[in-house]
Design a binder for this molecule. Sequence first.
Ligand code: ZN
Ligand code: ZN
Length: 831
Amino acid sequence: MSNKYIPAEIEAKWQAAWEEQGLHKTVEDPDRPKWYALTMLPYPSGDLHTGHWYAYTPSDASARFKRMHGYNVFFPIGFDAFGLPAENAAIKNGAHPMKWTLANIERMRGQLRRMGAMWAWDAEAVSCDPEYYKWSQWFFRKFYDAGLAYREYAPVDWCPNCNTTLAREQVWGDDRHCERCGTPVIKKNLEQWKFRITQYADELLDGLETIDWPERVKVMQTHWIGRSSGAEVSFKTEHGDALVIFTTRPDTLWGATFMVLAPEHPLVDKVTTSEFRSAVEAYKGEASRMDEIQRGAADKEKTGVFTGGFARNPVNGEQIPIWIADYVMMGYGTGAIMAVPGHDARDFAFAKKYGLEIRRVITGPAGATGVLEEAYDSKQEGALINSGQFDGTPVAGAATKVTEWLEAHELGHGAVNYRLRDWLISRQRMWGTPIPIIYCPACGTVPVPYADLPVRLPDDAEFRPTGESPLKFHAGFRYVKCPQCGGDAERETDTMDTFMCSSWYQYAYISPYWKQGRPLSVDDMPWDSGKGGYWLPVDQYTGGIEHATMHLLYTRFFTKALRDLGVVNFDEPMLRLFNQGMILGPDGEKMSKSRGNVINPDEFVDKYGADTVRGYLMFIGPWDMGGPWDMNAIEGVYRFLHRVWSVVADDPQMANPTLDPQVTADTTEVRALERKLHQTILKVTDALENFRFNTAIAGLMELNNQLIKVRESPVVNTSVWNQAIRELILMMAPIFPHIADELWHRQGNTSSVHLQHWPEADPNKAREAEITVVVQINGKVRDKLIVAPGTPGADLEQQALALEAVGKWTAGKPVQRVIVVPDKLVNIVIG
Ligand SMILES: [Zn+2]
Ligand SMILES: [Zn+2]
C-alpha cells in the first residue's frame, strides 16, 4: 500500500469496490426510516459539465449524510432524453436522434460514475425508451378519459426558430422570448392538446403551505397562478348584449366612466357605429399585426379608439362609452374591462390622454374629496362617495359588501380570476413521446387502446423541421386503421412536451420500465405499489430554480391528477426542495463556449481527483449562492486532503500498533482536542443538515489543524486522539467519500465508512473550558472564579470562601448563608 495520497488510485479502487459490494443498491427495509433523495435528472447533451457537478455532488453528500443517520436512502439518476438538441444534432449528422442520444448517455454514465456518488444505478430510467414513454402515453390516456386532456383550436405561442409551439411557461421575459433559444415568440392559430392544470389552480396554491420549499419558489408559483378575487359584473350594450367584466374592485363600480374591450372581442363589430367603423377597423388591423409582447409592454404608451357605442352601468344606470385598446387582451379575464380612472393608474393615464371623465368615488385618507391629481388606489383608507347607497362605507371591506349587494340584485357575483392557463403539450417535433390519439373520419377522436401502447416512434422518420410535425411525412406512422370501426384513420403526429416525461420521472425510478414487454390496461398501476408505498413521496429534492414555474409546477399538477385517478395517495410529489445557485466561470460570468470560460470538470478530476473537485465545489460558498470557479481555492482543498492523509495515514498509533493508548490523560491539551472534536461534530452536523457544506468543510479543516498541532505531543497516546481521528474520517465521508473509505480501512476497519453511524457530540464536552463565576458579598460583586463549566455548587462555595478578597470582606463577621447558582454566581451573606 502506497503511503502517499494518490487520488486516481484510491478513487478507481473504491468506485469499483462499492459497485461490487452493491453498496448503493436500495432495497425496501420496513425496519429503517426511508429517505428518497432526488436530484433533477440531466439532459443527455453528451458532456457532464461543471453545473452538473455543482448540482449533484452536494446532493450526494446530503444523501450520504442521511444514510449515516440510519436512513434507508434511495438516490437514483436517469436521463431526460427527448428534446430538441438530439433532433437538431440528427438533422446535422443525418443520423437518428436515438443513436446520438444513446451514445451520449453511455458517455455520461461514465462521467457520473467518476463523481463517486451513491447513485442507485439499478433504478436508472431513460425517457426515450419505449418502455418508459408507454407510461407517459398511459398517463395521457388516463388524463383523456378523466377529461383532463383536451384539444382546442386557439392562438398559441410559436417559436419560429425551434419550429414548434411552446407552453406559456416556456415564454420568458417582458419581450416574450423562447426559453430555449431566446428567439422572440410569435402567435399562431393551431389545434393543440392541452392539460387542464387550471382545474387545480386553487390546490396548487394552497398546497404550497404544506411543503418545505424555498420561499422564492413559492412566491414565483403564487404569482404565476395569479389568483385574484373580485366580482364578475354584467354591463349591457345598447343592443341588449351582456358585456361581462371581471374586476378586483367592485367597490369602485360607481367610478366607471368608460369601458375598454380587446380589439378581438366578439362584440366589437356590433357596438361600433358607422361613424367610427373605419377608425376601429384600422386600429384592429394594427393590433393584429402586433404580438402580445408588444401590446402588453409596460413602457408602451396606451392607445385606443372610441367605438361610438355605449354600455349601461348596472349599479347606476349610466351610459358609458365603449373603447377598444390593444392593452386589453382576450386571453386575460373576459377580454373587457370597466375603466375607473379615479382609482386605477393605467385607466387614469388613458383618461387623461383621451379627455375622458375622471370621477372620485373614494375619499382620501383625511377625507379628501378634491380633484384627483393621480389615481388613488388604497383599499384601506378612505370611504365611498358618489356611490349611491354605499356613500360613507369605509373602503376596507367595501368590496365584499358591494359584491353581496350585486348578488342580491342579480347584477353580478363574486368571482376568482387566475393568471394560470392550461398547459399546452403539443409539439410539432419528432423526438418526443407520440400523443396516443387517432382521428377517424367516422368515429372522430379515438384514443389508442391501452393494450396497444406504446405508440412507437418510427426509427426511420424524416426529421427536417418544416413547421409541421415530421411524423406527418411518415406514411407508416401516420396512416392506421381506426381501433373502433377498422376504417382508414390517421394518427396524431404531434409529440408531447418533454416536461411531460419529467413530470413523473420520480415515480419511474420506483420500478423502471415496469411491466416491460407486457400489454397495459386501464387498471394497471404504473409502478410496483409495494415499492411505491415504501419510497414515495420524495423526501428531499434538489435542483435549479429556473424550473420554478415549469417542471416544479407541472409535477405538482401531475401528482394531484394522479391522486384523483387513484394512482397515488398523497398530494405533493416532493416534501422538501433546495435550489442550488449557479457555478460561474473564473471571470464571474455564466459559463459559455462563446465566452471561452467553460471549466471542464474531467480535467480537474484527472489532476486532483473527484474528492477534491467535490469538496472544492462545496467550499466556494453557501450552496444556494453559487459563485465563480477559483483556480487557487481548488488547490487549497487539495492541500487539505493531503494534510488529513498525513495525519491519519502517518498516525503514530498506526505506525506502532503495540502502543497502548492511555484511556485518560487529563491534560489541558487533551481536553482542548476533545472540546474541538465535539464542537466540530456539532458544527458539521448542523451545517450538513442545512446544506451549508462550506461551513462543514471549514469545521473539518479546523479539527485537522488541531490534530496537526498536537501530533508530536503525548496527546497521540490518548483515547481522545483515537476518537478524533476516527470521527474526523466519519465526518469527511459524505463530502469526500473515497479518501474517507480508504483512511477508514487503513485504520483497520473492514466494513465501509459509509455504513457507519454518524458521530454524536456531547454538548458538555463541547463547552468552552473555563467560565467566570461571579463572587458576591451581600449582593455586591467582590471577586470572581475561573472554573470549568458544570463545577458542582459545593466546590464553588469552597473555592469562593478561600478567596483572599473574600477573607478581607468577611474578616471577623460570621457567614450566615451562601447562595450558589452553578456556572453563574456565589453570593456570600454575612452578618
Ligand atoms: Zn426557440
Ligand atoms: Zn372509426
